[in-house]
Ligand binder design. Structure first.
Ligand code: ATP
Length: 334
């Protein structure tokens, strides 16, 4: 009999609001953010092998032991003293260094799969504990079940991004985005260092209140619960955009063209490089994609004249139209 294999779709996230409140004495940044999971996902397949951990993950640079999926496998096997090893195979669809949290999503998928292979040896909360040791945002990606309070409409992240609260809603309205995937990664550490250089704001000394520093955060959460794409589009923001755009002005250009093409708003996710345009429904999304391509092609000649000091000219890889759980369309951009 073939060994049992568990397959998990590791969906990526997009931050619709990301505020940086300041740098803390411990060197981390105090943030407040609202994020959602979307339909673009890596496929993660995990099966038991006699011993060791093997990771196949084409497209991710570096040795397998440095893959966060490997570390997740190691952590879960150690915790439960598993009598077997793991073979992990990942088909990457989330852009590496794209601000969609792909590494964390893959790690969470491995935790869930290994836990199932072990016959669910502990309550799910144990998985969250292990997830926290792997990275601040890993718990957010643990596949969520529907509870009596409903499904997860959004995630609120505070602290250094590790205080994650799922905002549930009895109704889960669909939301749609045109994702613009770039041909270059952005390092999160570099983006925050750039923010420090530009803004160097210290963490406010007095205690935290329950209110949000930025009034757009509750607006975004409400829009995600009601499915109001217009309010969502006019409320999205990301404090890392300015610092990242100093080296990658393409981020600002893409946002402008998305709006020109009819998107209700546009925002970079995480530390970039991916930019998301907010659209009403799939047909609106397709119109925005077509219009984007037309405008971008028209401006291309001008852009080619501008020189770039980077070895690879920053550009767009593709446009992907997504809902919360599915990819609805994709197209290349020249
Ligand atoms: P974040 O915003 O959480 O920093 P990101 O979406 O910008 O993440 P990821 O693709 O999650 O970026 O991570 C990119 C970095 O993590 C790269 O340095 C990559 O080599 C490393 N990495 C380790 N494991 C993985 C994985 N399974 N998938 C992608 N990148 C991985």
């Amino acid at each position: 009999m073939a060994p049992r294999e568990i397959r998990v779709r590791a969906r990526g996230k997009i931050n619709l609001g990301l505020g940086i409140l300041g740098k803390r004495p411990d060197g981390y940044h105090e943030v407040e953010s609202v994020a959602v999971l979307v339909g673009l996902a890596d496929d993660v397949a995990v099966r038991a092998v006699p011993h060791g951990i093997e990771v196949r993950c084409p497209g991710v640079p570096g040795p397998p032991e440095e893959n966060l999926a490997f570390k997740a496998g190691q952590a879960v096997l150690q915790r439960f003293r598993a009598p077997f090893g793991l073979h992990i195979s990942i088909s990457k669809r989330l852009p590496v260094g794209g601000g969609m949290g792909g590494a964390s999503a893959d790690a969470a998928a491995v935790l869930k799969a290994a836990w199932m292979l072990l016959g669910e040896p502990a309550p799910r909360e144990t998985l969250t504990e292990i997830a926290c040791t792997l990275g601040a945002d890993v718990p957010m990606f643990l596949p969520e079940d529907v509870t009596q309070e409903g499904q997860v409409a959004a995630f609120l992240l505070r602290g250094r991004g590790d205080e994650v609260v799922a905002v549930r809603s009895p109704e889960l309205p669909e939301i749609y985005f045109v994702l613009v995937l770039m041909n270059f990664p952005v390092s999160t550490a570099w983006a925050y260092a750039r923010w420090d250089e530009m803004f160097a704001r210290r963490h406010p000394a007095d205690g935290r209140t329950t209110n949000f520093a930025d009034s757009r955060i509750p607006l975004i959460v409400e829009a995600l619960k009601t499915g109001d794409a217009r309010i969502l589009g006019s409320s999205v923001f990301n404090d890392l955009e300015k610092p990242v755009a100093t080296d990658f002005p393409l981020i600002h250009e893409v946002k402008r063209v998305l709006r020109q093409a009819g998107a209700l708003g546009a925002v970079m996710t995480g530390s970039g490089s991916t930019v998301a345009g907010i659209v009403i429904d799939p047909s609106h999304g397709l119109r925005v994609c077509r219009e984007f391509r037309r405008i971008w092609a028209g401006e291309r000649a001008q852009r080619l004249e501008k020189s770039s000091s980077l070895p690879v000219r920053p550009g767009i890889k593709e446009l992907v139209l997504v809902g919360r759980s599915r990819v609805l369309g994709r197209c290349a951009v020249s």
